[in-house]
Design a protein around this ligand. Sequence first.
Ligand code: NAP
Length: 232
Amino acid sequence: MQTILITGANRGLGLEFVQQLLKQETRLFACCREPEKADTLSKLSKSTPDRLELVTCDVASKESIIQAVREVKSKTNQIDLLINNAGILINDETLDSLQAETLVQNFWVHAIGPTLLIRECLPLLKASPKAKILNLSSQLGSLNNKMSGGNYSYSSSKAALNMLTRCMAIDLRHEGVIAVVVHPGWVKTSMGGPHAAITPTESVTGMLKLVQGLNEADTGKFFTWTGERHPW
Ligand SMILES: NC(=O)c1ccc[n+]([C@@H]2O[C@H](COP(=O)([O-])OP(=O)(O)OC[C@H]3O[C@@H](n4cnc5c(N)ncnc54)[C@H](OP(=O)(O)O)[C@@H]3O)[C@@H](O)[C@H]2O)c1
């Protein structure tokens, strides 16, 4: 039985992770900002109460992260997989329209929050014989691939997540904790839009296959949802 924590689990890729992982031998802590409004998650939890628990967690708030991990720690002493999935995207952001507040918010959701969450969960991760961290990045966070302007807040905060993942992968290597970043593809969610290239089912199926095959040599790498290396 694998114990797994997922952020932004109420819709999009986060909800798809929950639905696919429930079909495996797992115990899930599904984090979201407002569990009382997470209807699909709540229904799933009612039918599998011993395997799926909803936890309030706003990854843009240090206090919320600390409170969420306190709650998780009261229920388990081990996390085998932590999926930092929560994300936001502001469309049509230009150099003219860029706001300091938006940059800060994106850095919280994509970089600072995920890192603080990992740090709070470290005792639980270290208790696992083979802990893995999957940080959802984006091709828009790739410096090599950045060929179009715009998306200042999103791209720079995902690039920060990439570097933070490299930092922690090196620091946690001797603890046996594997940390990677993944581009989930262009996916049909409310973020990706209806014209995106792949479905959440395809994306999450690919990412879970990637996670399953990860070993120590993979830590600190940037992957695509199909398991190939992504340029930094
Ligand atoms: N879809 C794509 O094409 C695509 C491409 C590249 C990367 N990604 C990445 O994949 C991840 C999932 O994206 P998605 O397509 O599933 O997006 P989505 O459908 O827009 O869902 C985003 C999720 O993140 C949650 N969230 C936002 N801010 C949060 C916060 N402060 N605290 C906690 N949860 C928060 C949302 O919760 P609320 O319901 O409370 O807002 C929602 O559950 C993101 O990290 C995204 O950047 C997606």
